[in-house]
Design a protein around this ligand. Structure first.
Ligand code: MF3
Ligand code: CO
Ligand code: CO
Length: 328
């Protein structure tokens, strides 16, 4: 198999010259096809969470056993989710401020890890189904679940950071896409429209309405731009468990007929593409990339259905996407 490790040099070989990776093969038979694509870096071993931090059930085994969790949360759970959501939103904003050319995604991961631990929270993704890091960092054509590694962020990249923390027994899950230095106008528009699409989805949250209203609003926001709306990954119920049975599609499907009820909590996290919505998974079994290599962006909030709309548990002052862009 072609080695995907290492970093491409600034000056690339000619097609018939040996590949820079040291495989001994011609460049055109080796890494040329991945020119301009995100290269896998080195992933360091899982970082320990100190003993004084309470751990969710999967933390020690990496194995996940789901239980039946009510869809309507009690006032006590909701208050705890407000706190864990606020923390996740603040950790994400801090991580976003680190994004700059020359910074590795691993450096961002370490800061996220330390910030959750300092606040008394367990970084939810660590050992979740065996996932090794405290956040996901998804660069350029990576749709989601990119693993922080030794890759250096480069001027012009876009980088999604997805953080989830477990505080007082409940999860808060949020992500945003950040610019690395100066970014081309096409990517800037993609990121702006993706954030808008998430907020249009949040605006569609109303008790008594079907979940399909959310996907419809997101799809309609993206339509004028002819962007793709990823179908393979969806929003999810959240609470004492990271992912529960509620599925929030980001596209319209009449079968998504579950009625939203006051007290429900779930995420809205559209992934929007410049090109195809088809994807491939890297051999790390996590990283999802667009199959055409074109860029993709994502935003995510954890929300609570209220009597007349939604409370954004991971939004508000000091968070990465505090409120809808047209309200700020
Ligand atoms: N935070 C992601 C979500 O929005 C899930 C990441 S799970 C991991 O649902 F294991 F990939 F980290
Ligand atoms: Co999520
Ligand atoms: Co997330």
């Amino acid at each position: 198999m072609t080695s995907t490790l290492g970093t491409a040099p600034t000056t690339l070989p000619q097609a018939n010259e040996p590949c820079w990776c040291g495989s001994g093969r011609k460049y055109k038979r080796c890494h040329k096809k991945s020119e301009g694509r995100v290269l896998q870096g080195t992933v360091t071993p899982m970082r320990a969470v100190p003993d004084h931090i309470a751990r969710p059930p999967y933390a020690d085994t990496g194995e996940y056993e789901a239980w039946d969790e009510g869809r309507i949360k009690s006032p006590d759970i909701i208050e705890r989710m407000r706190a864990s959501g606020k923390l996740a939103g603040e950790v994400l904003a801090m991580a976003g401020e680190m994004v700059a050319p020359g910074v590795t995604t691993e450096e961002i991961d370490i800061a996220v890890h330390e910030a959750f631990v300092a606040a008394g929270a367990y970084p939810s993704t660590i050992n979740y189904h065996g996932y090794p890091k405290a956040c996901c960092t998804s660069v350029n054509e990576v749709i989601c679940h990119g693993i922080p590694d030794s890759r250096v962020l480069r001027e012009g990249d876009i980088c999604n950071i997805d953080v989830t923390g477990w505080l007082n027994g409940v999860h808060g899950d949020t992500n945003a896409t950040f610019f690395v230095g100066d970014v081309d106008p096409e990517s800037q528009q993609l990121v702006r429209v993706t954030e808008e699409a998430m907020w249009r989805g949040i605006e569609a949250v109303k008790p008594g309405s079907p979940l399909s209203d959310i996907g419809r609003a997101i799809e309609l926001t993206c339509k004028p731009y002819k962007y793709g709306v990823v179908r393979a990954f969806v929003g999810h119920g959240i609470g004492e468990q990271f992912h529960t049975d509620i599925q929030v599609l980001h596209y319209y499907d009449s079968r998504s007929s579950t009625i939203m009820r006051e007290g429900m909590t779930f995420t809205i996290e559209p992934m929007i593409t410049l090109g195809t919505i088809n994807y491939k998974i890297w051999d790390d079994d996590w990283t999802a990339v667009t199959s055409d290599g074109k860029r993709t962006a994502q935003y995510e909030h954890t929300i609570l259905v209220t009597a007349d709309g939604a409370d954004v548990l991971t939004g508000g002052p000091g968070t990465a996407s505090p409120t809808a862009p047209w309200l700020r």
